[in-house]
Design a protein around this ligand. Structure first.
Ligand SMILES: [Fe+2]
Ligand SMILES: [Fe+2]
Length: 250
């Protein structure tokens, strides 16, 4: 059975029971930190909003709660569909939600900065070290220019992050004449990450308004991202494909 992550419209989040003892068991001080607890943490909210604000100032597309919530959702669903454990899927959701907080410090090396910021948050929340390091590795490797899949959790975050290309990310549609990133994002009317577990295939399905941007422009901008998706999909034991307006391109 294939599963579609609606890249544009999700609002649901993974849920797990709260208060379950961690792998270290009761009395060790470690807790199961849920996705919901991370999402609702006031410091997480402040960091995500600051990161998005900093990127707005330097002219980047939307990187706020919509983007990171979507990445969390896709990362979670991808691992669940491919048969990974509930907890690994939840760690992917947590890493997906935190992956861009480093932008609050600086766009350069935001993946690595964000990983260290997440360590502080998750330590304070009582997450055990073996899980913290998984989340850190996923955050620190999510950027296509200086990271790659080092675990299923990190592969899922890469796939979630790179598949979020959509009109709603453009902050000022007046700029689409001048900025190719804005133009390509604005041209994408629909995007789905289709995880077909039976065929071991992950496909990013895009619907692009070619009156706004040509498909070639998409590749000019996003070739490195598509290669990162391909590597991440291969890490998960699947192939990666891209369809644009129903035509298979890779
Ligand atoms: Fe990022
Ligand atoms: Fe991102």
């Amino acid at each position: 059975m294939s599963h579609r992550n609606n890249v544009n419209n999700h609002r649901t989040s993974p849920s797990t029971p709260e208060g379950v003892p961690g792998p270290e068991g009761p009395g060790t001080g470690a807790r199961v930190v849920t996705f919901e607890a991370v999402r609702d943490n006031p410091r997480v909210k402040a960091f995500i909003r600051s990161a998005d604000h900093a990127l707005e100032i330097i002219g980047y597309t939307e990187h706020g709660e919509r983007h990171v919530g979507l990445v969390a959702h896709i990362a979670y669903n991808t691992l669940k569909r491919l048969g990974h454990s509930e907890r690994d899927a939840e760690l992917a959701a947590i890493a997906g939600y935190l992956h861009d907080i480093g932008n609050a410090v600086n766009r350069e090396q935001h993946a690595q900065t964000g990983a260290v910021m997440a360590m502080r948050i998750l330590t304070d929340m009582g997450m055990p070290d073996h899980e913290i390091v998984q989340v850190m590795g996923a955050i620190g490797n999510h950027h296509e220019t200086d990271g790659c899949a080092i675990s299923p959790v990190s592969a899922a975050v890469i796939l979630g992050d790179k598949s979020d290309v959509h009109r709603t990310r453009v902050r000022n549609p007046d700029m689409i004449k001048f900025d190719v990133h804005d133009r390509v994002n604005y041209a994408v009317e629909k995007s789905f990450l289709n995880v077909d577990e039976s065929r071991k295939e992950i496909t990013l399905e895009l619907t692009i308004d070619t009156k706004i941007s040509q498909v070639m422009e998409y590749f000019e901008i996003f070739m490195t991202r598509m290669l990162a998706c391909r590597k991440a999909a291969i890490y998960l034991g699947t192939s990666f494909g891209l369809t644009v307006n129903g035509n298979r391109l890779t």
